[in-house]
Write a protein that binds this ligand. Structure first.
Ligand code: C5P
Length: 249
């Protein structure tokens, strides 16, 4: 019963240029991973598997200790109080994000089976706990995949290889997709088995877990995301996040 989360943090973060894994980079005095795990605890998710680079497991253990999670929660969400104590396990990730999620699923398979699994990127440290809880609550037997999306504000155009416009894209029906993505455990396990069996199929090189569900032809529902859940990829993203935390006091 219940809900568990896989927080992917096994990426190198090369585009950030920090020289350490992105999830360990500090913002507002705390590592990004500590915020991501604390946000899950504040949302009431009791079990979390963090996928880490295989040679960094010890460093990651330190970051998910109770005191560190409490410090991150106090920094980002002081109004929500102290997060409850949760079970966090660190697992070695794989060569791709998809492989890392699969590694997380393997660890979960040995534990008490949750009904719902959230898959989240540590690279979205300030995702509001309220949004996380909303996604977990939206998964049901009839709707096994629910993901957060934001309407697109910019005008979107398609261009050719030389940069010339070849068409405009109707944006009313577009959404920029975030994480966490919420799934019934059965559906996520089936989607990953499906993806693993077709690993050489480039058309199936999904950048998210919902993409695997879509490839199986099953319904994925998009509900409102939150601008605060934005993803940290570049040094500029990190600087913006630093400012947001500074504004909190
Ligand atoms: O590189 P990017 O930011 O798109 O990665 C998205 C998320 O997937 C990050 O949280 C990263 O740590 C994670 N990841 C992973 N295993 C990999 C590659 C990326 O867990 N092999």
């Amino acid at each position: 019963a219940g809900c568990a989360a896989i927080v992917t943090a096994a990426g190198s973060g090369n585009r950030l240029g920090a020289g350490i894994p992105k999830a360990l980079v500090e913002v507002g005095g705390q590592p990004m991973l500590a915020y991501a795990v604390a946000s899950m605890a504040l949302a009431g998710i009791p079990t979390i598997i963090v996928t880490a680079p295989a040679n960094e497991l010890a460093a990651f253990e330190v970051v998910v200790a109770d005191e560190q999670l409490q410090a991150a929660a106090a920094r980002a969400w002081p109004e929500l109080g102290i997060p409850p104590s949760i079970e966090v396990r660190i697992a070695a990730g794989g060569a791709s994000r998809q492989a890392s999620v699969a590694a997380g699923l393997e660890v979960l398979a040995e534990m008490e089976r949750p009904e719902v699994i959230l898959v989240h990127d540590a690279a979205r440290p300030l995702t509001p706990p309220e949004m996380i809880a909303r996604l977990a609550d939206a998964v049901s037997e009839e709707q096994g995949a629910v993901i957060p999306g934001l309407a697109v504000a910019d005008t979107l155009k398609r261009v050719d290889d030389d940069g010339f416009v070849t068409g405009i894209i109707e944006r009313a029906h577009l959404r920029a997709i975030q994480t966490p993505q919420a799934f019934s455990t059965d559906l996520l396990a089936r989607a990953h088995a499906y993806g693993a069996a077709r690993a050489s199929d480039e058309a199936l090189a999904a950048t998210d877990d919902a993409g695997l569900v879509e490839a199986m032809g099953e319904a994925v529902r998009v509900i409102d995301g939150d601008a605060a859940a934005s993803k940290i990829t570049t040094a500029a993203d990190l600087a913006a996040l630093e400012l947001r935390l500074a504004a909190l006091g």
